[in-house]
Design a protein around this ligand. Structure first.
Ligand SMILES: [Zn+2]
Length: 175
């Protein structure tokens, strides 16, 4: 796996083109770690993929109703098995962080890469997910002037709790 700078895509990774992205005008300095599962804690489905592709049927589960008309995406999604999916090229802005701030700078989407781990804030993550995450971090580190890797909860503390207390920061490569 490596990064194709031209396309902004990782090689050897399944790419699903999310329509939810915008022009990137700032350089990438931040990686934001998230976790998500739909419904929360249920992993044996492709509902997150559908969410990022605007094709999730909100009638499918009562917790999906709030997701209707929500246009979100993440550059990368790492499933429980360690499988890596990409939805937005790194040279485009993905819509993962929402209202957020890092070191006083707002709208973190503009200068970050978003990585979603399939998971839940009240459960530990799989070794295969850390392995995949570290492979990606290694590539990003050598490709962008990264300043930090943070959790969604670090940049939107009043709104977000992911990736949560079970995410082991000791297991990921330092910047
Ligand atoms: Zn998040």
């Amino acid at each position: 796996m490596h990064l194709n700078f031209e396309s902004g895509r990782l090689t050897d990774v399944v790419f699903h083109a999310s329509p939810n992205h915008s022009k990137r005008s700032s350089q990438v300095e931040l990686v934001v770690i998230h976790c998500i599962s739909l419904p929360q804690g249920e992993y044996n489905n492709d509902n997150v993929e559908k969410l990022f592709l605007n094709s999730l049927d909100s009638r499918h589960h009562k917790s999906f109703l709030g997701l209707k008309k929500l246009n979100v995406s993440s550059h990368i999604y790492i499933k429980r098995t360690g499988e890596i999916l990409q939805f937005v090229p790194f040279n485009r802005v993905a819509w993962h962080a929402g209202v957020s701030s890092f070191n006083g700078r707002e709208n973190c989407n503009e200068f970050s890469i978003g990585i979603e781990l399939q998971g839940s804030v009240d459960q530990s993550f799989e070794e295969a997910q850390y392995k995949a995450l570290n492979e990606i971090i290694k590539i990003l580190k050598s490709s962008f002037p990264l300043k930090a890797i943070v959790g969604h909860s670090d940049i939107a503390p009043t709104r977000k709790t992911d990736p949560g207390p079970w995410f082991d920061w000791e297991k990921i490569i330092k910047i």
